[in-house]
Design a protein around this ligand. Structure first.
Ligand code: ASP
Length: 342
């Protein structure tokens, strides 16, 4: 019999209205099983692990990612797949970062959650949870997991975790991965997009877990009216090791001399500067416009079509692995686990 571990961290999926003040507060996992008796019908052994305290995902911190990665590593041999119930607000950050923390993955790690709590009549939580469990347990005829990746299962789509972004605060299709087709689609059957799904180099590979993250990263969103004081603070502050520069369109930013000077200063200090587009879809191409090319000359690296969420997780992991910024820069431009189209 196949087996899946459901790890419950919190989020709307497991929340209930507090009659005292009408706000949503987390409830314990046994209530989810009562709400979704369909889980008992699977020919899959389902165990659960509940985080204490349960959290709204707006409170997620890297320590939770370390705990999640460690838990998956500790239970890795016991289960065929893992489902992580998580709030939607930071799910794309968590799935992105976990994809870099879990190296040599041969089993599915499927994040899911919901827009409406599981107890309310029109909830999307039931369908999301049931599909996530089915995908986490699914194996091909050779006995290998269909999806040996960190993914997000939401509204009948399975998306690569490090390509996903929360796209809607209200709609059931809350997540999108504009630069990568879905890994699977759940209709009458679950259709796996086997050409897109990444396979491990060796199916008998050992899982390697990295729990040490270096979070000295700032995110500078370029906008009209940005001042030298703000730009300098995000790019050159001594406590910052890397800056994700969210640029316009295909990787463009203001061409003002003061801005280029600050970039050069940050580069001379050895900072890691990564260009990520503010657009949801498409890629950075710093060779297209003079405004992009000047960033490249100032030492800024191209993030290609990476999301901000994945850029953050990738930097946290790579910087946690090495103090050598040159090595981090080299690794940033490589496609490590499907996060960029290369
Ligand atoms: N604030 C909630 C959370 O992210 C929203 C959700 O679960 O959808 O935990």
């Amino acid at each position: 019999m196949k087996s899946v571990l459901i790890i419950y961290t919190g989020g709307t999926i497991g929340m209930k209205e507090d009659p005292a003040d009408g706000t949503l507060k987390p409830f314990d996992f046994s209530q989810i099983k009562e709400e979704v008796p369909e889980l008992n019908k699977f020919d899959v052994r389902i165990d659960s692990y509940t985080f204490d305290p349960l959290i709204d995902s707006s409170d997620v911190e890297p320590s939770l990612w370390a705990d999640l990665a460690q838990l998956i590593s500790d239970k890795y041999e016991e289960y065929d797949g893992f489902v992580i119930l998580h709030g939607t607000d930071t799910m794309a950050y968590s799935a992105s970062t976990l994809s870099f923390m879990l190296e040599g993955l041969t089993k599915p790690v499927v994040f899911t959650g919901s827009q409406l709590p599981i107890g309310v009549p029109r909830t999307d939580g039931k369908e999301n949870l049931i599909s996530a469990v089915e995908i986490a347990a699914a194996k091909d005829p050779e006995g290998h997991a269909y999806v040996p990746e960190v993914a997000i299962c939401f509204d009948s789509l399975l998306l690569r975790g490090n390509r996903s972004t929360k796209y809607s605060a209200e709609a059931f299709n809350a997540f999108a991965s504009p630069n990568c087709p879905p890994l699977a689609e759940a209709g009458i059957n679950i259709r796996y997009n086997t050409d897109i799904i990444r396979k491990p180099v060796y199916w008998d590979a050992q899982l390697r877990v990295q729990t040490h993250l270096d979070t000295r990263v700032s995110i500078l969103k370029i906008h009209p009216g940005i001042t030298p004081m703000v730009a300098r603070h995000f790019l050159c502050a001594p406590e910052i090791r890397a800056c994700i520069i969210e640029t316009y369109g295909s990787g463009n930013a203001l061409s003002k001399e003061w801005f280029l000077q600050i970039l050069k200063e940050a580069d001379a200090q050895g900072k890691i500067l990564l260009n990520v587009t503010q657009c949801k879809s498409g890629t950075v191409n710093m060779n297209l416009y003079a405004t992009g090319a000047s960033l490249k000359h100032a030492g800024v690296l191209s993030g290609a079509d990476i999301t901000t969420e994945a850029a953050l997780g990738k930097l946290f992991c790579l910087m946690g692995r090495s103090d050598n910024n040159q090595w981090v820069k080299t690794m940033l431009e490589k496609n490590l686990c499907g996060e960029i189209s290369k």
